[in-house]
Design a protein around this ligand. Structure first.
Ligand SMILES: Nc1ncnc2c1ncn2[C@@H]1O[C@H](COP(=O)(O)OP(=O)(O)OP(=O)(O)O)[C@@H](O)[C@H]1O
Ligand SMILES: [Mg+2]
Length: 233
């Protein structure tokens, strides 16, 4: 009896360690992505804009240079610099949005999900229905964050893999739990055979387990995908 409890305790401990490793790895990958994006995209583009500005500055203080068959007018080049800065702002905003952990902290779970729905619809053309049930507006912060990230990853997968035309996100909030169902009408996959290189579904499950809940992925080829998550509050 005692031996069985010790074994169960060790198993739980091992599971917790494995989870911690997975979560740490997901964080590491996220940081690597941000560093890569900042270095390879944002910094390169800033360097290009600076080089262009420096050359414009040089041309301005050396009037002769304007005559030496410059291929583009000053106006066109300034416009180019401006366009590049506008694009750059969009790229940086996308990184900041992805990094920001506190959209949920600031506005609460339901408004954050409303805004996510809008972003997904604008960005992908997928029709997202957000259905809210129950009257408990504010789950604890950790639960709300987990719920938001779970819906975010589930919808990201719908966009990337499902070839779906529509997705429904149902959120039921009551005094005991947050119940999330994310369902799409896409091509589905063999969930029971899944041996994925991807981290998305694994970290989705981890997030649920970390706050004491569970996540279930139900899918069959041709029958869409449903992700069912219960997080206790
Ligand atoms: N909604 C969905 N519709 C169809 N297939 C899906 C869906 N969600 C997941 N899958 C399948 O399950 C696999 C695993 O998903 P997972 O999120 O774990 O990894 P990923 O999306 O491939 O990579 P990552 O999330 O790490 O960027 C996907 O590669 C895809 O084949
Ligand atoms: Mg994924």
């Amino acid at each position: 009896m005692v031996a069985a409890m010790v074994v169960a305790q060790r198993q739980r401990e091992r599971l917790r360690q494995q989870q911690a490793v997975l979560v740490a790895r997901a964080h590491e990958e996220e940081r690597a992505w941000v560093a890569g994006e900042l270095h390879d995209d944002v910094l390169q583009r800033i360097a290009l804009v600076r080089a262009e500005l420096e050359s414009l500055w040089g041309d301005r203080s050396a009037p002769d240079a304007a005559d030496t068959a410059a291929p583009l007018s000053l106006d066109a080049r300034l416009q180019g610099v401006n366009t590049e800065l506008v694009d750059l702002a969009v790229a940086v905003r996308a990184i900041a949005t992805r990094m920001h952990p506190t959209v949920v902290d600031q506005v609460g779970l339901l408004p954050a999900l409303q805004s996510l729905k809008g972003e997904v619809e604008r960005g992908s053309g997928l029709a997202v229905t957000l259905e809210i049930r129950g009257g408990e507006p504010t789950p604890p912060l950790e639960t709300a964050r987990a719920a938001y990230r779970i819906v975010q990853e589930a919808l990201r997968n719908v966009i990337r893999h499902a070839q779906a035309t529509a997705a429904t996100v149902t959120v039921e909030l009551n005094a005991r739990h947050v119940h999330l169902v994310i369902q799409d009408n896409g091509r589905g996959f063999e969930a029971s055979l899944l041996k994925s290189q991807g981290l998305g579904l694994a970290s989705l499950r981890e997030r649920a387990i970390m706050v004491g809940g569970r996540a279930e992925v139900k899918s069959r080829p041709g029958a869409g995908t449903t992700i069912d998550v219960v997080l206790p509050v």
